[in-house]
Write a protein that binds this ligand. Structure first.
Ligand code: BGC
Length: 763
């Protein structure tokens, strides 16, 4: 292999002989190495580095080798095994300058082992669990020859109609930022150069979660204050944690598409935030500048994007077609292209690819004989994380946990669906390797109890919806309809229910319903499943809902009628076992919602940290001329931070170490958490701060700290938080980060609504 990768290898400080006749390139000085390389590149080779090719979609594999050998490609994505990637790297190393390519993929919540979707990971409120998901993903993906992941996805989502709500970590800037930082560190490991590290490409920069009406790809129009306060912090956190790459979003921001947005990509990202990595367009966004109507033709679109600071084009031919000519014509300065090339080469350098282009691809003799071998999965880690991601929303009369000796009727279209366990963006996950709820419950019951299974309903009976959901995958449709009439399926489920002690109904969305471009106008469980639930309710048997879905749903009926509700999102390879662990009490649920659940679609947005109003609605004191919807109860059905346990916790009022805080000082908040129930369990103590008077309108409260605590039955613990001036800072009208003197309120609780408060002053 050595002779095929001359630029790197052997010794870090050696001179690279590839460029005979010129000054040798020394590898151990990154800036000098990159500078010397750029000097030797032709314009065509430079443009080549700026092209990220989607395997299959952009170019057939046969042509790829030719283009790689000509130095026309900087990286690829969607080629996902060492065996597939090796010949591509071989071809790249046949190019004149032997510059290696990198291999990227959407490793969003797992690679071969699939962890819960983003909302599920966020529901753990446990950074150790989040780190496990990220680290295992990096280990598995790098072992498949991958260098970069298009993750973490940290778009704040406050409109659950948006299908990509599922991918992100919810509505709160602080929680999402904590997860963003943890994910980047977990993917990238100690050093990006390690063979089991993946470069994180944080996405979608920026504000993609705020698309108008929750309709995908729609416009974003937002004040600077809101951007800085609510939507930008998670990207910043990822970048401060060292994310090597940034993916540029598909949306416009205040009239300018992100991919042509110089303010976004130069002023904010580079100048203010000091980002020094590579920017990558989202799929085809440079061409979309034409459809946005800000570029008259492809040439202008390429010019706008490169000048705005978009280094690499993904699945887009315009850089390849126009950049060289734009430079030759003097319409784009060579320095602009050179700088973009430096960023791409810098990423490859950081990934260790110049040192060894086969760093993650390895030797053919060491390729796994079977990429999907069971031995390559991390099932225990997936089960541990998935158990923590489940949120218990209701549990009347302690119907849960269930006895393992009884008879359970398991119904619903999601009870035995392998594919849906994976959730969207399931990377190299294989549906048949997932454990369904049916399999897991059967396993847990063994021969002590009895499980009667009936499907009961299809996901939906709406043929058009099924057609949409199967659109991308006609050969292997994801939503497979049971051809029996709905009545017959319901009758079978009811017959199962009447023989049972309890009904467990696995209902919600198919995974495609919460995905890119899957925006919805309603948050209802589809009608076919609602009809099933109503019929089950009539049997009078205890009804436990196991929800699988990728967004907050409208759970009004469920709340009024179900005995227990367990929100499980899409919980991954070991999801079935994790859910069964909770249903049968082998694990006490500890998840908390990372996003508010509205009562109806008309109430959106329902986020907890709303700016203060002049005429706020006050619960229990309705009346005209307050900010409310008059025909239904106001406020969320389930608030941010909410989630029950099989045990009960009590929390004391917060004690403050001082009532007045000077700059430079800190203040300690302490509360006593006690497990007053009968089971060991974990909960999340949440600390919110409310700024009572400031120069701009502030949110009613903001999460500032949280701690997940596990206690034995009867155990109590003092939980401490430290606050200083930094926790009180916000963006003022001039967009300066300041902490203004005045009164603040500390609020501590086990969710965002049921809080106890104390006041203090900042002097
Ligand atoms: C998505 C990105 C994704 C890219 C590559 C786009 O459609 O918006 O999130 O990383 O495709 O698969």
């Amino acid at each position: 292999m050595k002779q095929r990768c001359l630029l790197g290898l052997i010794a870090v400080s050696m001179a690279v002989p590839a460029l005979a006749g010129k000054m040798p390139i020394v590898l151990d000085d990154k800036p000098a190495f990159i500078e010397r390389l750029v000097e030797r590149m032709t314009l065509q080779e430079k443009v080549g580095q700026l092209r990220l090719i989607s395997i299959g979609a952009d170019m057939p594999r046969e042509r790829l080798a030719e283009e790689l050998a000509a130095g026309n490609i900087g990286g690829t994505f969607n080629s996902v095994t060492r065996r597939d990637n090796r010949p591509l790297q071989d071809a790249a190393l046949r190019s004149r300058l032997q510059i290696p390519i990198f291999f990227a993929y959407d490793v969003v919540h797992g690679h071969r082992t699939i962890f819960p979707i983003g909302l599920g990971l966020a529901s753990t409120w446990d950074m150790q669990a989040v780190a496990t998901a990220g680290r295992v993903s990096a280990i598995e993906a790098s072992a498949d020859g991958l260098d970069m992941t298009f993750a973490p996805m940290v778009d704040i989502a406050r409109d659950p109609r948006w299908g990509r709500t599922s991918e992100g970590f919810g509505e709160d800037p602080y929680l999402v930022s904590e997860i963003a930082r943890t994910m980047v560190q977990a993917y990238q490991g100690e050093s990006l150069r390690e063979p089991d590290s993946l470069m994180a490409s944080v996405k979608h920069f920026a504000l993609y979660g705020a698309v108008e009406g929750g309709r995908d790809y729609n416009v974003v129009d937002m004040s600077s204050l809101r951007m800085h306060q609510d939507y930008l912090p998670p990207y910043r956190a990822a970048i401060d944690a060292g994310a090597g790459a940034v993916m540029v979003a598909l949306n416009t921001i205040n009239g300018v598409p992100a991919s042509a947005n110089r303010w976004l990509l130069r002023d904010l990202l580079r100048d203010d935030w000091g980002f020094s990595g590579v920017t990558i367009s989202d799929h085809g966004t440079i061409s979309e500048l034409l459809r946005h109507g800000v570029a008259a033709d492809g040439r202008e679109a390429a010019k706008l994007a490169i000048e705005a600071g978009l280094d690499m084009s993904m699945a887009d031919s315009l850089y390849g077609q126009h950049l060289a000519e734009l430079v030759q014509a003097g319409d784009v300065p060579m320095q602009v292209v050179d700088q973009a090339v430096r960023e791409v080469l810098g990423a490859k350098y950081d990934l260790g690819l110049f040192h060894d282009p086969y760093r993650r691809i390895g030797q053919a003799s060491e390729d796994p004989p079977e990429v999907n071998a069971e031995s390559r999965l991390h099932r225990q880690a997936a089960r541990d994380v998935a158990r923590q991601s489940l949120v218990l929303l209701e549990n009347r009369n302690a119907v849960l946990p269930l006895e393992k000796t009884g008879t359970v009727a398991l119904v619903g279209p999601l009870a035995d669906s392998h594919i849906d366990m994976l959730g969207s963006w399931s990377a190299g996950g294989v549906a048949t390797q997932t454990v369904t709820l049916r399999q897991a419950m059967q396993h847990a019951l063994g021969d002590q109890g009895r499980l009667i299974h009936a499907r009961g309903a299809n996901i939906t009976d709406d043929a058009q919806m099924v057609e949409y959901l199967n659109f991308l995958n006609w050969d292997n449709p994801e939503v497979v309809q049971d051809p029996r009439p709905a009545d017959e399926m319901i009758a079978e489920a009811v017959a199962a229910a009447v023989q049972a002690d309890v009904i467990v109904a696995a209902v919600g969305e198919s995974r495609g319903m919460s995905h890119e471009s899957s925006s919805r106008t309603t948050l209802q469980i589809p009608a076919s499943q609602q009809a099933l639930l109503r019929a089950l309710k009539e049997t009078g048997k205890p009804l436990v809902l196991v929800l699988m879905n990728g967004r907050p749903l409208n759970l009004g009926w469920a709340q009024a009628n179900a005995d227990a509700i367990l929100e499980t999102w899409f919980s991954g390879t070991e999801g079935g076992h994790a859910i069964a662990d909770v249903l049968f009490g082998d694990y006490n649920p500890s998840g908390k919602l990372p996003i508010s659940f509205p009562r109806s679609v008309g109430q959106i947005p329902t986020y907890y940290n709303h700016p203060r109003l002049g005429r706020p609605f006050v619960e229990g004191n309705p009346g005209n001329y307050t900010s409310q919807y008059f025909e239904e109860k106001n406020g969320p059905l389930y608030p941010f931070g909410y989630g029950l346990s099989y045990t009960k916790f009590s929390l004391s009022a917060p004690q403050l170490s001082r009532a007045s805080l000077a700059r430079g000082e800190s203040l300690d908040v302490s509360v006593t958490l006690k497990n007053v129930g009968e089971h060991e369990g974990a909960t999340v103590v949440q600390l919110y701060i409310s700024d009572l008077s400031a120069s701009v309108v502030r949110p009613v409260k903001q999460l500032k700290a949280f701690r997940k605590i596990r206690l034995a039955a009867g155990e109590q613990r003092q939980v401490g938080f430290r606050i200083d001036e930094n926790d009180l800072k916000f963006f003022n009208a001039q967009l300066q980060q300041v902490a203004e003197a005045g009164a603040f309120e500390v609020q501590v609780g086990l969710d965002s609504q049921a809080v106890q408060t104390q006041r203090f002053e900042l002097r």
